[in-house]
Design a protein around this ligand. Structure first.
Ligand code: SF4
Ligand code: SF4
Length: 657
């Protein structure tokens, strides 16, 4: 006969307000095999844990059920305590009587909540009786990490892991690391020059012995599981030998052909052989093949003639590499909603209607105007600029219901930068409301209004059009309940931050989840904010949603610390909740192979001694299996069982209802 203990938690008043926990405990005492029960205010508290362990030892229990909150919250806590008290941790089960009972049954008579808690606890007790002791799985760990994305979050993660003594491969799709931060002029609220604080980190990453940077490269395939990933990387042809190139610039100085600069957001041209910006890391140019007449039509070839070390190679092809790593950080960043979607604000029609990022380039000392604020149409200094916030953000019609989080702050910064460079200029800001929740952020916005005289108008802009060489901005000022019409020389749109167009493809390659906006989902928004549902893959920065630079840096460091903890031992323990195939009943239909979302099931050939194939069967890779149970449902032969959730356990629970 089993010796089961039942511990019913009151969770302060969370459970007790709608569940008579003492009555639940008394009812459980009547069940065969239950030898100890109690109700306690906070089972997860330190005294609660002590009492839990003591009860196990004193009553010689061999299994426990804790009726409390969701297993997501405290399953680990109670399993650890059980182990310390001498019983197999998988002989400890949780009955969720909080989220699945007290919180959804507000009946103050406690009748409904108590009855349901009795049912739930009884079901788990019967299930527990069928539990077999399980052992954690130990997996060897490859202590190298991959960081995908070389923006500030990715750089920070790479540096922290490298400083922790581990090798890192940093993969960036652009010709240089730096990401969007490299395009910014100053940063709020401190107004430091963005490149001045970013480039030292870029150089540190380039020079770090533990970091290998692959720019102009993309991750194409990821196989394996936590501790043992195999990653296929495509290194796109740069047509320049990186090893030989000294970055002297002779090639791009002589190249006679130009194309729109992606880095300058179309405000300037760059050569066909180029580095995106002067502080690029690595300082090695790439040839824009579709626009190079030598590559397209075998004409020109000037760069090769002037290159001293002879590093131009027009025959170069993409290279495919495979890297073995133990953990991955995804830091692929964001993009802005295409401005072309804002015809109502004159974008694309009126040359002096630009995006916030284009304004950053105008204000940047390394930008196309050397930091002077000039109109794109005629190069004149604008005497008045209208800044429009929430362009696309918080706008269901544009498909973006969320707030882009940084626009209120960078618009305030833009008004200051403008006023510092055009002393008699007037900045107007149309806003819905100001969101400045950050350290010294509110004071920063006040400074823009009170010190730099930015005129803030609460309301929406209805129309932007041209009249007599001026841009007319029509809108409502809801505070004065009046219509306003402003003659402006330039209009700047704070466009919504959106996920990268490649976000879904990257998520599918990695097997991680994403939301309806294409931002990657964390495992738990509060308790596991940088983990993903796929063990060993972590998140950092704006690929998770809009965030500012300090948050991105924090996320990068948080992911790195998780990885360094994982790399601190040679082996890692995995939960043994994995699927198992019964070789005798598997009929090799491969339904489970197709159904498994983690590609954890292989087709295994069984051979006899002479090497002849006897049969085929499905085989689960325990390193990859996440215990989701999809294969169990998919298998028509009932050949798959999930350890910890066997058919026998599930039927026992159902029959106890
Ligand atoms: S070959 Fe292409 S990249 Fe080289 S100089 Fe000519 S146009 Fe420029
Ligand atoms: S439980 Fe089955 S479907 Fe789920 S991850 Fe494991 S093998 Fe794949």
């Amino acid at each position: 006969m089993p010796r089961i203990g039942v511990f019913v938690c009151q969770c302060g008043n969370n459970i007790e307000s709608t569940v008579e926990t003492k009555e639940v405990a008394e009812e459980m005492e009547k069940l065969p095999g239950v030898v100890y029960t109690c109700s306690y205010k906070f089972m997860c508290s330190s005294p609660g844990q002590d009492m839990f362990k003591k009860a196990i030892e004193e009553n010689n229990l061999d299994g426990v059920v804790v009726s409390a909150c969701s297993p997501h919250m405290h399953e680990k806590t109670f399993r650890k305590a059980s182990e310390k008290a001498g019983i197999n941790p998988y002989k400890c089960e949780i009955a969720n009587i909080r989220e699945q009972c007290s919180w959804v049954h507000p009946d103050k008579t406690k009748a409904v909540g108590t009855a349901k808690s009795v049912d739930l606890t009884r079901m788990v007790i019967e299930r527990l009786k069928k539990n077999r002791p399980l052992k954690t799985i130990n997996i060897p760990v490859n202590k190298r990490a991959l960081v995908i994305g070389g923006g500030i979050a990715g750089i920070q993660a790479a540096l922290d892991i490298a400083e922790g003594g581990r090798e890192v491969i940093l993969v960036e799709r652009e010709p240089s690391i730096g990401g969007n931060m490299a395009k910014l002029s100053e940063t709020f609220p401190t107004m430091d020059c963005s490149q001045c604080i970013l480039t030292p980190k870029m150089v540190e990453a380039e020079l770090h012995d533990n970091i290998k940077i692959y720019t102009y490269s993309e991750v194409e395939k990821v196989d394996g599981y936590i501790g043992n990933f195999s990653v296929r990387i495509r290194r796109k042809a740069k047509y320049v030998d990186e090893e030989k190139c000294t970055g002297c610039g002779a090639c791009w100085e002589k190249c006679p052909f130009k194309s729109d600069s992606e880095f300058e957001m179309g405000l300037n041209k760059r050569k066909v052989i180029y580095t995106p910006f002067p502080q690029a890391v690595p300082n090695v140019p790439v040839i824009d093949a579709p626009n190079c007449p030598k590559i397209q039509k075998d004409k020109c070839g000037l760069c090769a003639k002037v290159c001293g070390p002879q590093c131009i190679d027009f025959e170069q092809e993409d290279k495919i590499l495979t890297e073995e790593v133990g953990a991955i950080v995804v830091a692929t960043g964001y993009q802005l909603m295409p401005n072309e979607r804002f015809g109502e604000y004159g974008y694309g029609r009126i040359k002096d209607v630009i995006s916030g990022m284009q304004f950053e380039r105008l204000a940047s000392a390394s930008g196309p105007t050397g930091g002077k604020i000039q109109r794109p149409s005629d190069g004149k200094e604008p005497g008045s600029v209208v800044f429009i916030q929430c362009v696309g953000s918080r706008d269901e019609a544009k498909g973006v219901s969320y707030c882009s989080k940084v626009c209120c702050m960078y618009t305030a910064k833009h008004t200051m930068l403008y006023r510092h460079k055009v002393h008699d200029g007037q900045a107007y800001v149309f806003y819905m409301d100001i969101r400045s929740g950050g350290k010294r952020y509110e004071e920063f916005v006040r400074r823009a209004i009170e010190h730099d005289d930015a005129m803030y108008l609460r309301g929406r802009v209805s129309r932007v059009y041209e009249r007599d060489g001026k841009i007319i901005v029509q809108g409502a000022d809801t505070l004065s309940a009046s219509q306003v019409e402003i003659e402006a020389d330039m209009v700047v749109l704070a466009t919504a931050i959106v996920s990268r167009t490649s976000a879904a493809t990257v998520a599918k390659t990695l097997g991680i989840a994403y939301d309806k906006h294409g931002f990657y989902n964390e495992y738990h928004p509060k308790m596991k904010p940088v983990e993903t549902v796929t063990a060993g893959i972590f998140l950092a920065g704006t690929c998770m949603g809009p965030m500012d630079i300090p948050e991105s840096v924090m996320m990068g460091s948080a992911s790195a610390s998780k990885i360094l903890a994982l790399f601190s031992s040679d082996e890692m323990a995995r939960e043994p909740i994995t699927a198992h195939v019964n070789a005798m009943t598997c009929n090799a239909c491969w339904d489970c192979v197709t159904a498994c979302p983690y590609t954890a099931i292989d087709k295994e050939e069984v051979k006899d001694r002479k090497g002849n194939t006897v049969r085929w069967q499905a085989q689960v890779n325990p390193g990859l299996c996440q215990g989701c149970g999809v294969c169990v449902a998919a298998c028509r032969s009932k050949a798959v069982d999930l350890a910890g959730y066997t058919d026998e356990q599930v039927y026992a629970a159902i029959n106890a209802f």
